[in-house]
Design a protein around this ligand. Structure first.
Ligand SMILES: NC(=O)c1ccc[n+]([C@@H]2O[C@H](COP(=O)([O-])OP(=O)(O)OC[C@H]3O[C@@H](n4cnc5c(N)ncnc54)[C@H](O)[C@@H]3O)[C@@H](O)[C@H]2O)c1
Length: 339
């Protein structure tokens, strides 16, 4: 299985990368090289704290601070290490920020991923697994979203770069026999999460007594997926290995939730951790507003291919997942509000 494998995980100090490293180091007997450029898209201290945990806990984790957009350095890293498996999670994430700073997406998601592909071409690996995103489905009206669906109409540059990554991976897998598996993640949440994501920024605002903005007047649905489910899916795919030279899978909860219900469950989780008072009136802290450019109304994952090929389906309920998030938030930030 994975015993003694040398695994490169890019984006290792990011939200999903940290959880994946932790899981693999927790019992798989693997040697992990983590790569991250520690950029300041969101608070660097969170990335440093994740890194510290990984370094403190595990002797089989080594970290290289590096930008995957620097081709020579990526090449050198691969030449020196002889990786068996690569999981590329490093990327500029976030839909809204791609309106503000498109350059960051081209650097990390296009140039960076191309450099990983070139390195894998020069130093073959058993399996390249890389993060794509549910955003490639754009505003497709057919639900649930299937990997068989046409995805040619991205509504953000972020989505376009993720779709481009899938195309690049396809051509490299055909041309150079690189087994490549792309994973379309659906709105991932959980402890040590990303402060730019709604559940995290909502938490901060609610704790600060501020109002939260609910887009599209609350008429949005998301297939919220707990981070442990994402990680379990990745590990299953790494363990069993590629089943075809090129594949794409959805990893999502397969159960979309209305954003208003999500916020209600989040509020309950914050109350039960004592972060908000028992009599907190959520309605007084909501500002319903119009849809944002680049956003989509619904996401809903068809995970039948994942179940068929890897016998796995995410199943963590929002109640459980948000409880874990609220518990972590309290432990990490204390009871006080953080701006
Ligand atoms: N979290 C989600 O809901 C979600 C949904 C769909 C897809 N994804 C994808 O999953 C992957 C991981 O996402 P995440 O939520 O952990 O995001 P994250 O921002 O927490 O993690 C990404 C990490 O990559 C690093 N990074 C960015 N550019 C880099 C570069 N050029 N070189 C080296 N490191 C770089 C960042 O510093 C960060 O630590 C990304 O590819 C993202 O697009 C995430």
């Amino acid at each position: 299985m994975l015993k003694k494998k040398k695994i490169l995980i890019t984006g290792s100090c990011g939200f999903i990368g940290y959880h994946l490293c932790k899981k693999l180091l927790g019992g798989c007997d693997v040697a992990i090289t983590g790569v991250d450029n520690m950029n300041d898209y969101y608070e660097v201290s969170l990335k440093e704290a994740r890194l510290k945990e990984l370094e403190d806990l595990h002797k089989d984790f080594s970290f290289v601070r590096m930008d995957i957009a620097e081709k020579d350095k990526v090449e050198e890293l691969f030449a020196e290490n002889g990786f068996d498996l690569v999981v590329n999670l490093a990327a500029q994430a976030g839909v809204r920020y791609s309106l503000e700073n498109p350059d960051a997406y081209i650097q990390a998601n296009i140039l960076g991923f191309y450099n990983i592909l070139e390195a894998v071409r020069n130093h073959p690996v058993e399996h390249l697994v890389y993060a794509s995103s549910s955003s490639v489905y754009g505003n497709n009206s057919k639900v649930p979203f299937s990997t068989e669906d046409k995805v040619d109409e991205p509504v953000s540059l972020y989505a376009a770069t993720k779709k481009a990554d899938e195309l690049f991976a396809y051509s490299y897998s055909q041309l150079y026999g690189i087994p490549a598996t792309g994973l379309r993640f659906f709105t991932v949440y959980g402890p040590y999460g990303r402060p730019d994501m709604a559940y995290f920024s909502f938490t901060r605002k609610l704790l600060n007594g501020e109002k939260i903005r609910i887009f599209n007047y609350g008429n949005c649905e998301r297939d919220f997926t707990y981070v442990d489910d994402i990680v379990e899916g990745i590990v299953k795919i790494l363990e069993k290995g590629p089943l075809a030279p090129y594949s794409i899978y959805n990893i999502g909860n397969n159960h979309p939730e209305n954003l208003m219900r999500f916020v209600g469950i989040l509020k309950d989780a914050l109350v039960s951790e004592g972060l908000l008072p028992e009599d907190y009136l959520l309605e007084d802290h909501l500002e319903l507003t119009e849809m944002q450019k680049g956003d989509v109304v619904t996401t809903f994952a068809d995970v039948s291919a994942l179940v068929r090929d890897y016998d796995f389906k995410p199943d963590t309920s929002l109640e459980d997942g948000l409880k874990h998030f609220a518990q972590w938030y309290k432990e990490y930030y204390g009871n006080g509000s953080v701006s």
